[in-house]
Design a protein around this ligand. Structure first.
Ligand SMILES: [Zn+2]
Ligand SMILES: [Zn+2]
Length: 537
């Protein structure tokens, strides 16, 4: 019995854990890698997944970092079922189609660039809308707390994880060579005091716990403070006549923030003449799914004030069409705009940032995790300027990072969850977190509960041997995907090019003055880019 980590290993995105056991090969999640180019290139390494031999996928929840590669797997030979809960089925259907649409748009943009610069065509479309529509036909809906057997010897139970509507943690009981072993995957674990969802189900005794660790090194501020901070951002921009821009994940976070805004509205903290826009077609459609499942949501804070909630929902303006979204950029005066994507790496939010980030009256409110390499991460880490859609923009807006709305358990909550089964001595494997967060959490789990903790690398294989505490790690394959960087070559090459510029200078000086200024400006820009790079080192 063994497991390979094809993503979310010392990173947060790309969740995919492939298990070989009892003569079967299957995956828990199959998510998209998100971040800088090197990370996103992993999405194209399809052969590493061997999709044709994956018998089924157990999907924990709809988020794209858990589901986003399923269309590519199906288009490349995966023929099995994708198991998930009913709300996840509805949400993931929307999300994959939206993701595919973005892939198609970005692909045609790249093609256009290539044509313009005389480069040849490349087949780098990750998947098409048609692929996404096809793969959702493979979904098979399952109920919480109801075991089922996707293959002989493998029994699976979905449990309530609270992270987003439909999210599950998954218990897998495997019988191999007459021996039983239990593997538990936390998926993304929610928080007990989540605004819209009930508390996660308790953990049960297990041999292996594959635990997410997004916030392994920090706790969240409480929600009351977060609501106050959101109110402060609204008040500030309202008084200055600016916009409050909230980059938000379209599913769950957008609905939760709307719910928070409705709480502030009830408290009279949203000015009458400050319109609220939900500017994300995906978020708008996902909100409909939430309304369909409203009996599965926990409106505890508002249950006495349902008419106020209705009044609020009438205030929100939904901008489905592109032109409506563009009109917001031209609009003056205070407004609250929720738009996707949550990490600012795609979608309409990029346009809103382009039009507002350089204005001091803008407040940009981050309400979710920002992965390494994303534009959102750069902004929250204090970038004073950003490059966005071929523009260099100063960051003059006030940046708020409000982490009290997180859909993930914080350090304290993760430890509490583990503590309930610590006596049974499970082997803990940390996934879905950055290395520093994982090392902190691992240290605490070892210290408090004396458990074995493993932090696997990308592509590493873990042999699940007879006794959980005698597990051994197979040699890492990660080196294959991270070739050694040839610094010497790139620096020498750069020196050679600069020398070539010197030798051509005499010719350049014979050209018309306009040509010379253009070349001069290009060199000045290069010089500035190198200056900026040096400042980052
Ligand atoms: Zn998630
Ligand atoms: Zn996740």
């Amino acid at each position: 019995m063994k497991i390979q980590f094809l993503g979310a290993a010392q990173t947060v995105t790309g969740s995919c854990h492939v298990i070989e056991a009892a003569g079967h090969r299957f995956a828990v999640d199959c998510g998209m890698h998100q971040g800088n180019k090197a990370i996103e290139d992993r999405n194209f390494d399809t052969e590493l997944y061997r999709p044709e031999s994956i018998e089924f996928i157990l999907l924990t929840h709809a988020h794209i970092d858990h589901s986003g590669l399923i269309p590519r797997m199906s288009a490349n030979g995966f023929k099995g079922k994708v198991y998930c809960t009913a709300p996840t089925c509805d949400l993931v259907t929307l999300m994959l189609e939206d993701s595919a649409y973005i892939q198609e748009m970005e692909y045609s943009w790249r093609e256009k660039q290539r044509k313009r610069t005389g480069k040849k065509e490349e087949n780098d479309l990750l998947y098409s809308v048609e692929d996404a529509q096809k793969c959702v036909k493979q979904i098979s809906v399952v109920e919480y707390d109801t075991p089922f057997e996707p293959a002989p010897g493998i029994k699976v139970t979905y449990k309530y994880a609270a992270h987003i509507l439909g999210a599950a943690f998954i218990i897998i009981d495997i019988t191999e060579n007459g021996e039983n072993k239990r593997l538990t995957f936390s998926g993304d674990l929610g928080r007990p005091e989540n605004m819209l969802l009930f508390d996660p189900s308790p953990l049960e005794k297990t041999d292996y716990l594959f635990l997410e660790s997004t916030y392994g090194n920090r706790d969240h501020k409480d929600e009351k403070n977060s609501l106050d901070e959101l109110a402060e951002a609204i008040d500030r921009s309202y008084k200055m006549g600016g916009k409050v821009i909230i980059p938000t994940f379209a599913v769950e976070r957008a609905q939760e923030i709307m719910y928070c805004l409705s709480l502030l509205d009830i408290q009279g903290k949203i000015p009458e003449n400050m319109p609220i826009y939900l500017d994300s077609p995906l978020a708008i459609k996902a909100t409909e799914v939430f309304i369909n499942y409203k009996d599965k949501l926990d409106f505890h804070e508002i249950s006495n004030n349902i008419s106020a909630l209705r009044d609020f929902s009438k205030k929100v303006r939904y901008t489905l069409k592109t032109e409506e979204s563009q009109a917001l950029n031209a609009m003056n005066g205070p407004a609250i705009i929720l738009s996707a994507s949550g990490m600012c790496n795609a979608g309409r939010i990029k346009h809103h940032l382009k039009h507002t980030i350089w204005r001091p009256e803008t407040s940009i409110v981050f309400v979710g995790f920002q992965a390494v390499g994303t534009l959102g991460r750069k902004i929250v880490e204090g970038a004073t300027s950003i490059s966005l859609m071929n523009n260099e923009l100063n960051v003059s807006a006030k940046i708020y990072t409000i982490n009290g709305f997180s859909a993930h358990a914080g350090q304290k909550e993760l430890l509490e969850w583990v503590s309930t089964i610590a006596e049974s001595k499970p082997h803990v494997v940390l996934i879905h977190g950055e290395k520093t967060a994982q090392e902190t959490l691992a240290g605490l789990i070892k210290e408090k509960f004396s458990l074995n903790v493993t932090i696997p690398e990308y592509l590493e294989e873990l042999e699940l041997t007879e006794k959980a505490d005698h597990s051994k790690i197979a040699p890492s394959l990660a080196k294959h995907s991270m070739p050694k960087l040839d610094w010497q070559f790139v620096l020498e090459d750069l020196d050679t090019r600069i020398k070539q510029v010197h030798t051509k200078l005499a010719d350049v000086q014979q050209r018309p003055w306009e040509d010379q200024t253009e070349i001069h400006d290009k060199l000045a820009k290069l010089n500035h880019d190198i200056y900026k790079l040096i400042a980052e080192l």
